[in-house]
Ligand binder design. Structure first.
Ligand code: ARG
Ligand code: GLU
Length: 726
């Protein structure tokens, strides 16, 4: 054999080995538990040690019974036979807020029930169990052709769905809900039970559960003890029941065993939970709208808003308290989208999509199995490019104009005006005013007019500079009337509107009588709202809604054709807030610098800043650290805190159980690393990492910090500590 031949062979073997290695590592996908069997070989090759049937089976004894939809958009896991649930701190935040007051400030002090009697009912909180899933595509789509128009199709599908759901409810005695998968090419029914008596059990103070705040949000390394504990209560028959003191803890036959022996780089891991929304099969044209329109405009508008808020919050403690939670929400999307734009760019996601589209087009031209495939891409392109200008305009309408709190609040006067317009009797007017005043109480509780006025000035300047050609007439007229001075206009609005304070609104309500609507019609907050809303309703939304409907149709056919093209590839459905399993490996992150896959309590102590709201460390935690009093949970004098892995997760996976190769609980998922937030559109195993709290940190905080060891007694804990990481 010549030397070059030998090298060639050697190189191809080398490439094969690398490729096989990558294959074993790179695991994109969020799988429906009932379809996991198809991945068993893959998962076993990566390290899975249990049969798939333990994760999900048709007999109803799988771990799917221990993974709940927590509230409206988080995940939780059952960790004892007595219905104990583990989820994130930020998922329990709303419940904690509902139970907190100045006397019981659970954000400042945490909460630890000392026994079941001390567990607190959470009004409005529910958790939903998924008992079984079944593919019902054939029944839902019976008699419907792929290319039937969506209006007819939707009406038939809706009829079919409600009939099938009724059948399942009758035969199971439980709830049934059917959702579309693969953009409507498949339908699955989930048989579910929703429990309504959920109680608050354990909640670390923010100085642990939200440590690092917005600064560390979406970032690795991370030091947040982002967990909280609840309990499901059931009626005497163990079935869902309204809150009652006679309810008893839900008796769980399936729950997670906890393993405290830790993990090392390369170990297999899985995340079982409810990812909310992804769009992985998106066309390059629609992807371009995300990173060149939606994301950058939202980021620009929110940067301005956050700057104003931050300044006012630093000037006045009262403003800080009013805006801290709102700020977290606005900043959460703002930061994620920045990571998304960067990640899509660095990965050349668009050129990769374009390359795929080229091969798709070649296939479609040659292969006629999907007769509609050959002109799908060109139709998508024409549709997308046609709406780009409108999308840009509307993104500014939403983020820059409707992002101003007072203009949003202007909508509340619409109902009052209706009373005048329809000449309703005085009593109707009084009722409506009463409701508006009540709503205003909630609004003003977290509102500062001086702050919002500065937001108005900043966002309106942006709006006028970017949307000069499409301004609503009212905006133009007001601008001219104020001598093109947005600051003067801002002062005028916030001085005149009856919506800037409860007193002004109440005074108006007291004096308002039927027939006198001028004050509202002249109110600038209402006028601004009315002008922007009318423009959107008349000129923008009809076109955009048509576009979205058209894309829904084309996307369904496009995905169907993609699945015909790559017959041997196993496709996973985009996230839709239904139960999924994703698998990957514990893995550090190399971005310039190499970051370990794990953080420890020692790093928290090093980050401590007693002058900062988010880097303050509670004294008790410092004492435990100084004494190395970690109980069974430490590893050779270190306390593991958080870790990362290459599991494909999304928003909604917050609170999800993170499992080892035996399906045992090793952590609770709570975030993704900045570098990989683009995974909702494009997953790259080199950059995408999910972030989890180590279960040992959770147990340490419960036992040593919270003094709630009685909770640990009801858990099932296996494993012993291995050597500390190097
Ligand atoms: N980024 C996480 C998620 O998307 C955590 C958000 C809560 N934490 C925060 N600092 N705002 O939900
Ligand atoms: N924090 C997110 C949530 O609330 C999870 C992070 C992500 O988007 O992956 O679901």
């Amino acid at each position: 054999m010549s030397k070059s031949h030998f090298l060639l062979i050697k190189n191809s073997i080398f490439i094969l080995i690398i490729f096989a290695g990558l294959q074993a590592r790179a695991k994109e996908g969020m799988w429906i538990p009932a379809t996991l069997k198809a991945h068993e070989k893959d998962m076993k090759a990566m390290g899975l040690e249990i049969p798939i049937e333990q994760l999900y089976n048709e007999n109803g004894t799988g771990l799917n019974n221990a993974v709940v939809l927590f509230g409206k958009g988080c995940t939780g896991e059952i960790i004892s036979t007595k219905g104990l649930i583990l989820t994130n701190h930020h998922c329990g935040y709303g419940s904690a807020q509902g139970l907190s007051n100045t006397e019981h400030d659970y954000f400042a002090n945490g909460f630890w029930a000392k026994n079941q009697g001390e567990e607190l009912p959470c009004k409005g909180l529910t958790v939903t169990f998924i008992r079984r899933m079944e593919n019902v595509t054939d029944r839902v789509l019976a008699g419907i052709s792929d290319t039937l128009n969506d209006i007819t199709r939707d009406s038939i599908v809706t009829l079919h769905i409600s009939a099938i759901e009724k059948d399942f409810m009758k035969s199971t005695g439980m709830d049934a809900s059917i959702k579309p998968y693969f953009k409507g090419n498949q339908y699955w029914v989930a048989i579910t039970q929703t429990y309504k008596d959920i109680r608050f059990v354990g909640f670390p103070p923010n100085s642990i559960g939200a440590f690092g705040g917005d600064v560390e949000n979406w970032m690795w390394p991370r030091h947040t003890g982002d967990f909280s504990i609840f309990r499901v209560y059931a009626g005497a028959d163990n079935k869902p029941a309204e809150y009652a003191t006679t309810n008893k803890p839900y008796n769980a036959t399936e729950f997670f065993h906890i393993n405290i022996s830790g993990y090392k780089e390369g170990d297999f891991s899985m995340v079982y939970g409810f990812p909310g929304t992804t769009d992985e099969y998106i066309s390059s044209y629609a992807l371009k709208q995300v990173y060149s329109i939606a994301d950058p405009i939202s980021i620009a508008a929110r940067t301005r808003k956050l700057n104003v808020w931050t300044e006012h919050m630093s000037l006045q403690r009262e403003t800080f308290l009013k805006y801290t939670s709102k700020r977290a929400g606005v900043a959460n999307g703002w930061k994620k989208w920045q990571g998304e734009v960067e990640g899509l760019k660095i990965n050349n996601a668009t050129s990769k999509k374009q390359a795929f589209e080229k091969s798709f087009q070649e296939w479609a031209n040659a292969d006629k199995t999907a007769p509609y495939a050959d002109n799908i891409l060109s139709q998508m392109r024409t549709a997308a490019e046609g709406v780009d200008p409108l999308l840009i305009n509307d993104q500014y309408n939403k983020e820059a104009v409707l992002g101003i709190e007072l203009i949003q609040q202007g909508a509340s006067l619409e109902g009052v005006l209706k009373c005048f317009r329809l000449n309703l009797p005085e009593t109707a007017l009084r009722d409506t005013l009463q409701k508006v005043m009540k709503g205003m109480e909630g609004f003003t509780k977290n509102y500062d007019a001086a702050t919002d006025k500065d937001v108005f000035i900043s966002l309106m300047s942006l709006y006028f500079s970017k949307c000069a050609a499409t301004l609503p007439d009212y905006f133009k007229a007001q601008y001219a009337a104020h001598k093109e001075d947005i600051i003067a206009w801002g002062y005028d609005i916030y001085n005149t509107s009856i919506l800037t304070s409860q007193d002004k609104l109440n005074a108006f309500a007291a004096s308002a009588g039927t027939g006198d609507s001028t004050k509202i019609i002249n109110d600038p907050a209402w006028q601004l709202y009315y002008a922007i809303n009318t423009m959107r309703k008349d000129k923008i939304l009809p076109v955009l809604n048509d576009y979205y409907a058209r894309m829904r149709y084309l996307n369904r056919l496009y995905l169907k054709a993609q699945m015909m093209k790559d017959k041997n590839k196993i496709f996973y459905p985009d996230a839709n807030l239904t139960q999924r399993v994703t698998f990957g490996q514990i893995k550090g992150l190399k971005q310039g610098k190499k970051y370990s896959y794990q953080t420890t309590l020692g790093e928290v102590i090093a980050l401590e800043d007693s002058t900062s709201d988010i880097f303050r460390v509670p004294k008790k935690l410092k004492d435990l650290y100084a004494a190395k009093d970690y109980g069974r949970w430490g590893v050779n004098g270190t306390m593991p805190l958080a870790f990362i892995a290459s599991n494909h997760t999304s928003g909604g996976n917050s609170g999800s159980p993170v499992l080892n190769s035996r399906g045992e609980l090793i952590g609770t998922n709570f975030d993704r690393a900045y570098e990989g937030t683009m995974s909702d559109y494009y997953f790259d195993p080199n950059r995408c990492r999910n972030i989890s709290v180590d279960i040992r940190y959770t147990l340490f905080i419960i036992e040593k910090f919270g003094g709630a060891g009685w909770l640990i007694d009801e858990m099932s804990i296996t494993g012993t500590q291995k050597k500390a990481k190097k």
